[in-house]
Design a protein around this ligand. Sequence first.
Ligand code: GAP
Length: 518
Amino acid sequence: MSDSFKNIVAHSKEYGYIFQSSEIYDGLSATYDYGPMGVLLKNNIRDFWWKSMVQLHDNISGIDAAIFMHPKTWQASGHVDAFNDPLIDNKDSKKRYRADVLVEEHIEKIKGKIAKEVKKAAKRFGDDFDEAKFLAEHPRAQRYQKEIEEISAELARCMNDNDLEGLGKLIEDLGIPDPVSGSRNWTEVRQFNLMFSTQLGTVAGKEAKLYLRPETAQGIFVNFLNVANTTRARIPFGIAQTGKAFRNEIIARQFIFRMREFEQMEMQYFVRPGDEMKWYKYWREFRMKWHRALGTPAENLRFHEHESLAHYANAAVDIEFEFPFGFKELEGIHSRTDYDLGRHQEFSGKKLQYFDHELNESYVPYVVETSIGLDRMFLALLTQAYQEDEVPDAGGKASKRLVLKLHPALAPIKCAVLPLVKNKEELTEKATEIFNDLRFAFDCQYDEKDTIGRRYRRQDAIGTPYCITVDFETLEDNQVTIRERDSLEQHRIPISEVESVVRKRTSMTNLLRSLNAK
Ligand code: GAP
C-alpha cells in the first residue's frame, strides 16, 4: 500500500467510515464493517444507482431475491464447473497465490522497466523528448515490449484453454519467485472453486449443499418469467437488484477493493435477439455518464474492452477507475446472449421465453448486463474525495486540513449545526431548535464541543457540505452563517431559508436530472 492509500484507510477508520471486521479478535482478513458514516454513504450510493436505473427507466423494475438459491442454479449458470481460480502453492513459504496474478505481476515489473527507460530518456532530452518515437525506436524498450506481448499471449492462451500445466510451465520458464520468500519451489497449478458452500438444515447429501451466491444476477434470471408476467413488461425491459455476494477470493486485498463478502448492484436488460449491440452501446454510455455525473474527472475513468470473451458473451467492456494502485475494474457491461436463460430453461425444464406481439413469435431473449460492486464504488469515491489542502486558520495563517470532497448528494451528513460557543445557553438553545427542525429533512449533526475552527475541520473530514453557525447576531436578526465545505465561502441567510438552500445543493433529484434518462 502506498502512503497516500494508507492515509485513506486510516482516515476511514478514524471518522467511522470503515472498520476491520471483528477487530477485537484481530480481524478477519478481507472482511470489513461499515461504520456510522460509511453506512450512510453506502446507502446514498445504492440509492443513486437504484433511482437512476429503476426510477428513471420506465421499463426497469427491481427485485430482492434470496441469497440462497436451489443448488441447480449454480450448475446451470456454470459456476459449479467453471467459477475457478488457478492456484499455485510455494512449497517453502507455504503461501498460496493465484497463478495468473503472479504472471500479471511479472508483466507489471517489465512495464516498470520500460517506464524507467522513458524517465531516464525524458531527463536526458528535456523538452525535445518524444515518448512515442522513443518507444518505437529504443532497442531495450522494444525488447521489453515484445517480451510483454509474448507473455500476455501465452497467459491468455493458458487461461482460455484451461491449460494449468502450461500456466505452471510459464511461471517456471519466467523464473517467477515467491514475492515473500523469493523461493522458486512451486507446486503444480490447480483449480479452486470460488463459491462458499453450506448445508441445508440437517439433511446430508448432494441436494442439501447450498452455495452462498457469488453474484446477484442469477436471482434475476430465475425470476425472469415472474417479473415479465406480473409487470406485463414489453421487450426491451430490465430487472435490477442490489445485494450481497460471496466469493472465496484467494487474493483478497487492497482494502475493500476485493473482498470475500461484498455487495453488487446489477441489472439485466432483456432484448430481442439481434438488438443486443444497440442496447450494449446504450448501457456503456449511460453507465459512464452515471460515473461522470458524480464529478469523477474523465481522465480517472476509462473503458477497457475485453480481448478474450467468455464463450457465451458477444461483447464485454469494463469501466475502469484510477485507484491509488492503478486503473482497475469498477464495473462490467456484458452482452451475454441467451446463455443464462437458455441454461436455466435446460436445467429446470421450464420454458423461459417471451412472446413478442410485434413479431408474433416466441424466443429466449438476449441479455445485456450492467454489474458494479457497491464497495468498489465506495472506495473509488472515497479515494477521489480524500484531499489535503490549506485553509486560513483563525489568525489568517494557512493551515492544513483533511477534507472529503464527496458529491453533496452522496455525503453522509448534509449539514452540521454549530453554536459559535458552547457555554452560552441562548446560543445552544437556538442551535438545538434549528437542528431539531432540520433533522426532519436531512441527516444533520449538532456539535458544540471544541472551538468552532476544530468543529469545521471535523465536518470537513467527514465530508459535510454545509455548516450552519449560530452566533449572537442570530438572536437579534434570525440569520445564521452558512459555510460551504469546498469553496469555504460564508454567507448570512435567514433561518427560514436554511432548509431550502441546503436541499437545493444536496438534493439527489438534481443529480438524477443531470442523467436525463427515460
Ligand atoms: N454478474 C456479473 C459479475 O458478477 P464480475 O465482473 O464478476 O461480474 C461485477 O463482478 C462487479 O462486482 C465487479 O466489476 C466489481 O465491481 C464487483 N466485484 C467482483 N468481485 C468483487 C470482490 N471480491 N470484492 C468487491 N467487489 C467485487
